[in-house]
Unconditional design. Structure first.
Length: 141
């Protein structure tokens, strides 16, 4: 990829979002991260609705499931129904390790499901692996 990997992070916890941003930028200097804090903003961003009319579509979405306004499952379903957006890979990155959440996420079209690790080192490793995988291993549309 000759340009930075563009990631949309959908995360309502400001601390988790900042930690993820720092870990991703530290691991992959050629990453561009935009963040929104709820599901309604995520849908507006991806559909380029106000105030996101000039937003660049991401290469990958990191999506938390438990979000205010519109939850992550609804965001996932909406994105995968939209012909323009369905090819964007969505990585569910959530604290839930519920089998029901895993199954439902894949049924709705998630490209992978990652449970947020608890420890600092494990979290950095998970985020680094996610970014490097999508940047260097995968051919994106």
């Amino acid at each position: 990829m000759t340009r930075p990997l563009r990631i949309l992070m959908v995360e309502d916890n400001a601390g988790d979002a900042e930690f993820a941003r720092e870990a991703l930028e530290g691991a992959v200097p050629t990453v561009a991260i935009d963040a929104v804090t709820d599901g309604a903003q995520a849908i507006a961003y991806l559909k380029r609705l106000p105030p996101f009319e000039n937003a660049d579509l991401p290469d990958v979405v990191l999506l938390d499931l438990n979000l205010p306004k519109v939850d992550g499952r609804e965001v996932l379903a909406e994105v995968k129904r939209d012909e323009r957006l369905r090819r964007i890979p969505i990585v569910v990155l959530t604290s839930s390790d519920s089998e029901q959440d895993v199954r439902k996420s894949y049924e709705l079209g998630a490209n992978c499901y990652v449970t947020k690790p608890v420890g600092l080192a494990e979290s950095v490793e998970a985020l680094t692996t996610i970014a490097r995988f999508w940047l260097s291993m995968v051919k994106l549309p």
